[in-house]
Design a protein around this ligand. Structure first.
Ligand SMILES: *Cc1c(COP(=O)(O)O)cnc(C)c1O
Length: 354
């Protein structure tokens, strides 16, 4: 049943899209890898600062078109991160109350970002309780639980319609290698890898998809074993990627290869990348860059040339007190110096030592 309010809500989101520019695809040249071109899809420039802007837009449109979100619906999400920030933005645009359900340990900086867009925060003591609590809260208020971890893979039009994959391939069209050999991404919901992987197959491009996975995440083992009961403890400590349970939105069948990346390497790669491109990006971008260097070194050793694309998922401004802070790194037991040296050598020589 359609209503004037729903039509207007969809129209408002479309107008926001019309006003938005596409994100840049930045070419990065590394002297150690002649013949291999690196591209960074900079998702930090969306109005809410991360690739979750795309997801939040898709989830709202999906919920509206399904009749799940109506005038006055309280929208609830299980997220303490970028998804809650972007959803709070769209909820405010539609005049809907928004509540993010998060662990009590969530940093005040995150809470402040969600509240900046008018969202409310609801705390739980057990991090694993966020899903059931979000569902309960939405039911109690007659609202809608967005459930990013279930719906991310299906709320986006993976065949095209300006999704992230179509945007990347369009921007590569005039490049020497318009079909990259590899696209490297991380997985949080798994929505991004599902969209890119399906797009590659549907359009018959020769590109392969690699997914990088941080410490304390189940995705890597799930890819190998396909055991849906896998669990991990402690949280990945790379904001946005790595999950303690196998999320329904992660589709391993679209992934060609997975690469495990230790967190110290991810943090080191953020620092190295920041020096290379003159911009600080977040932790998951560091994890991506580790995967890129590993693949590039293999390509070079085999005498291959071509392009590698990866994502800059959010800005480093969000992590100045954590991943970019020497105090935080040493207090958390991470020694990034050996990895920084390895990656700098790799950029200069094209060889990545163990
Ligand atoms: C969500 C997120 C990712 C992973 O994207 P998914 O589509 O959820 O798999 C990577 N980096 C950041 C910063 C994120 O917020």
């Amino acid at each position: 049943m359609s209503s004037a309010w729903v039509s207007e809500a969809i129209h408002r989101i479309e107008r926001d899209f019309q006003r938005s520019a596409d994100t840049h695809l930045i070419l990065v040249e590394l002297p150690g890898f002649p013949g291999i071109r690196f591209y960074l899809k900079d998702e930090s420039t969306h109005p809410t600062g991360s690739l979750k802007h795309r997801l939040a837009r898709s989830l709202f449109l999906y919920g509206l078109c399904n009749g799940w979100i109506r005038e006055g619906s309280t929208v609830v999400e299980a997220s303490s991160g970028s998804t809650a920030v972007s959803e709070a933005y769209f909820a405010r645009m539609l005049g809907l109350p928004f509540i993010a359900v998060m662990p009590r340990s969530t940093s005040p900086a995150k809470v402040a970002q969600i509240e900046f867009y008018g969202g409310g925060c609801h705390y739980v003591d057990q991090p694993t309780a966020v899903y059931t609590e979000a569902e309960r809260l939405a039911r109690e208020r007659g609202g809608h639980y967005m459930d990013q971890f279930t719906f991310a893979e299906r709320a986006t039009d993976w065949r095209g319609n300006n999704n992230i994959a179509e945007s990347i391939f369009t921007q590569l069209r005039a490049e020497p290698d318009p079909e990259p050999r590899w696209i490297v991404v991380g997985a949080g919901t798994g929505g991004t890898s599902a969209t890119i992987g399906r797009y590659i197959r549907y359009h018959g491009t020769a590109s392969q998809l690699a997914v990088v996975d941080p410490d304390r995440s189940v995705f890597y083992d799930y890819f190998k074993t396909r055991d849906p009961a896998l669990k991990a403890e402690g949280g990945s400590d790379v904001e946005g990627i790595g999950r303690p349970r196998v999320e329904p939105s992660f589709e391993p069948g679209v992934v060609d290869r997975m690469i495990r990346v230790p967190n110290a390497a991810s943090y080191a790669a953020m620092h190295v990348l920041a020096r290379l491109v003159g911009h600080k990006y977040g932790g998951s971008t560091g994890t991506n860059f580790c995967g890129v260097l590993e693949i590039a070194a293999e390509m070079k050793a085999r005498g291959e040339t071509g392009a590698i694309v990866t994502l800059a998922c959010d800005s480093g401004d969000r992590y100045l007190d954590t991943y970019y802070s020497d105090t935080w790194l040493s207090a958390s037991g991470y020694d990034i110096a050996p990895h920084v040296a390895r990656f700098e050598r790799a950029c200069a020589t094209g060889t990545l030592t163990a």
